[in-house]
Write a new protein. Structure first.
Lengths: 312, 445
């Protein structure tokens, strides 16, 4: 075994005032490499490959040809793509707003002290623990126009039977209802955490100043829990945008294409039609949409941060 | 050329007698002839890729029998249909599939597999007496089976395994209450469906698939009654022909005037659930969905269900036919051993097991016509009669093209829109314009 010189080991020796200072030249690369390999393999490579496939015309079982921007141009003139984009945005908007509203109301209720509060909180969060596909199958039967319990309940109060997910006009609101039922507890938990961290003193001052309950909520509670609401909104938006399981299990995008979101259309294109090139182009465009939405949400989050009086 | 048990061909008679005699001498199970050197590939290991279904469950249940017969070890994997299709296409297109035997849905994958060159030509094996049971002859399969199994050049690429004819399930009790008889024609079908419909009692005359994609075979099956198919022999779309529009109008009329509300979201499972409740007059779907009808734990119509061959259309009498087969992959290095497995899977013994358990209907006529096999069938005799009767008027219900799923999706949306009130001619025109470029692209490259 040969001896390693200080220079080879990355050690620099400098002479100062007759004494010697030993300075270690930092060499962190070996520590970064494993992380780089993992990131490269699971993030960079799949994305680079998706980009590459998106500029090729490639259907499984057939030859691959370079197609340039053809797939993207096809997207621009594909009414089914634009329709699915609209469904995605509508579904996402409703699936964020409804759980945010009900989750905040539930958090305010569960923040108050009343008997059996702990037990009821536990019951309230149970939908969140269920498997989405199982949830979807149960709700599909509940929505059944003839055999479903929902129409039975409506009939008890004299309301005519509805077609729920079996009608193009009501399918998205019905799916949002399931999403809301399952994910309102998540918003409730996040907001409840926020409410627990709100100081009591400003409320005491507000009461002395004669502020009513609504004014206290509007001008004190809401601004103070705003960062928590933003976190809940970001999580819900990401979840709703990527929602696939519930929609696929309940309607497969139907009736017709009335509930076909980009995720469903993309899945069908790539894995039912095996049109990998076109599906990849769709994935790239959808990625850009998600990045744009995330950027807007992150900007809003910045604005909702607590600031002190000096504006720091 | 066709034959049955009571009118066998000379070759079948000689082959059957010889096979039975030989089997008796050497103690083999009936159906596995001694002339075949079953042990020739003993020690080989085969990988088999199956679609998860009652049919594959039956194969797996009796796998030990094949292993004992041949000395071949089998690793069988059965995955749900959608996942199996994705897996097989991805692996086969890679050129190195992990399996030697593959189970395929003819009505969806036939042309795709042919174009990819993914299945081995087994025509030669069928003629090899050391490999093939003498009873295994082309004429023993229903005609549709051989149409499915052979490629455009006439080479045998797979063995037809199980057939699914579309029949009409009808509720005899509801029909009797209205003094109606089983419809013999499309006109009578519509009249009966509308006469049975009474929304005030939540009773409807007809149900079929309304969900996009799943609904397309309903329309194409009706189209067969007008002696029309979606594509002509040259591969040109005929989906805007007067017959196609008439079939779509018939679909629209049945689904809007005689079907339960919300039918546009019904796949076969929802339609079956509705029929099982006893409030639906007729249900049009595959013959393979029959077993729950006679199961008291699942059905309120036990003993009340009639099973009928599809009524005659204005121009033709046809039963929409679908099916699956089992083949040897072109990339397999154990093709002959894999062929033995396929042969065992479609053997009379396995066919009888499928039929008697209600797990599927074999393509082989000798099984359907064997009185002993019929005795053991647990379903009512009228069901078996409907199977045999449908076989006599069997026609492929979906076009043999690569983009079958896109075809079903595109025209499925049009049909869903028709249930919502859209004009059939307009919708078919729009769907045809959308689908034509997809079809054109599919045969390029």
């Amino acid at each position: 075994m040969s001896a390693t010189t200080p220079e080879q080991a990355g050690v620099t020796i400098e002479a100062t005032d007759g004494s010697q200072t030993i300075r270690l030249a930092p060499n962190y690369w070996p520590f970064v490499v494993p992380a780089l390999v993992v990131v490269g393999a699971v993030i960079v490579f799949p994305w680079a490959f998706t980009l590459w496939m998106s500029v090729n015309s490639w259907t499984l079982g057939q030859s691959r040809n370079f197609a340039g921007a053809e797939n993207y141009l096809r997207l621009a003139s594909d009414p089914r793509f634009w329709e699915s984009l609209w469904h995605t945005l509508t579904y996402t908007f409703l699936s964020v707003v409804a759980p945010m509203f009900f989750g905040t109301v539930a958090a305010l209720i569960f923040d108050a002290k009343f008997p059996l509060r702990g037990l009821l909180r536990g019951v309230f969060v149970m939908p969140m623990m269920a498997t989405p596909v199982a949830v979807a199958l149960v709700w599909t039967m509940m929505f059944h126009p003839q055999l479903g319990v929902l129409n039975y309940l409506l009939s008890l109060v004299g309301i005519p039977a509805q077609e729920w997910i079996f009608n193009a006009n009501t399918v998205i609101p019905s799916l949002v209802a399931v999403e809301t039922w399952q994910w309102t507890p998540l918003v409730m938990l996040i907001v409840l955490g926020g409410l627990a961290s709100v100081p009591r003193e400003p409320f005491e001052s507000a009461e002395i100043d004669g502020a009513n309950a609504w004014q206290q909520f509007r001008y004190l509670t809401l601004p103070m829990i705003a960062p928590f609401l933003m976190i809940a909104m970001i999580i819900r938006t990401i979840d709703a945008l990527k929602s696939f399981d519930i929609i696929y299990a309940m309607t497969q995008g139907g009736p017709g294409t009335a509930s076909e979101t980009i995720n469903i259309y993309l899945y069908n294109t790539a894995f039912s039609y095996y049109d990998i090139g076109y599906g990849s182009a769709m994935a790239v465009v959808f990625f850009i949409v998600i990045v744009a939405l995330s950027f807007i949400l992150l900007m809003l989050r910045q604005r909702s941060q607590w600031i002190d009086q000096e504006g720091k | 050329m066709s034959s049955n048990l009571f009118n066998p061909t000379r070759r079948q008679l000689l082959a059957g007698t010889a096979a039975l005699a030989a089997a008796g001498l050497v103690g083999l199970r009936p159906g596995f002839a001694a002339g075949v050197d079953w042990k020739r590939f003993a020690g080989t290991t085969l990988d088999v890729n199956l679609v998860k279904s009652p049919r594959s469950d039956t194969l797996i249940k009796y796998l030990a029998e094949f292993e004992e017969l041949t000395g071949i070890k089998v690793n069988a994997e059965a995955t749900p249909e959608q996942q199996q299709r994705q897996k097989t296409v991805i692996e086969l297109s890679s050129g190195k599939p992990s399996f030697d035997v593959v189970h395929l849905s003819y009505h969806v994958q036939k042309r795709q597999f042919e174009k990819g060159g993914w299945l081995a030509d087994i025509s030669g094996y069928l003629k090899d007496a050391t490999l093939t049971d003498p009873g295994l002859v082309e004429t023993d399969f229903a005609d549709a089976g051989m149409v499915f199994a052979k490629d455009g050049q006439g080479a045998l690429r797979s063995l037809p395994f199980s057939v699914d004819y579309w029949i009409l399930y009808w509720n005899k009790e509801l029909f009797e209450a209205k003094g109606l008889k089983y419809p013999e024609t499309f006109e009578q079908l519509v009249a009966a469906a509308e006469a049975l419909t009474d929304p005030s009692t939540n009773t409807y005359g007809f149900v079929a698939r309304g969900l996009k994609n799943a609904n397309t075979p309903v329309w194409t099956s009706l189209m067969l009654g007008y002696d029309m198919t979606p594509l002509d022999a040259e591969g040109k779309l005929r989906t805007t022909s007067p017959e196609a529009i008439e079939a779509a109008s018939l679909y629209q009329r049945l689904m809007t005037k005689a079907a339960p509300p919300g039918v546009t979201g019904f796949n076969w499972a929802e339609a079956q659930s509705a029929f099982l409740q006893g409030k639906i007059g007729m249900w049009f779907d595959g013959v393979g969905f029959a077993p729950p009808m006679e199961n008291p734990e699942k059905s309120r119509v036990v003993g009340k269900v009639g099973y009928g061959v599809m009524p005659k259309g204005p121009k033709a009498h046809a039963s929409g036919t679908f099916g699956d087969g089992i083949g040897v992959t072109a990339a397999s290095e154990k093709k002959e051993a894999a062929y033995l497995f396929c042969q065992w899977a479609v053997s009379p013994a396995m066919g009888a097991r499928l039929l008697q358990a209600g797990a599927g209907v074999p393509f082989r006529k000798s099984v359907l016509e064997d009185p002993k096999v019929r005795e053991g069938v647990t379903m009512p005799a009228s069901w078996l009669d409907a199977v045999v009767g449908s076989g006599n008027v069997s026609r492929l219900a979906l076009p043999v093209i690569i983009p079958v799923t896109e075809f079903r999706d595109t025209f499925g949306v049009a049909l869903s829109n028709m249930i919502a009130g859209a004009d059939p001619a307009d919708e078919l025109k729009k769907a045809t314009e959308q689908f034509q470029p997809v079809l054109d692209r599919s045969e390029q490259g």
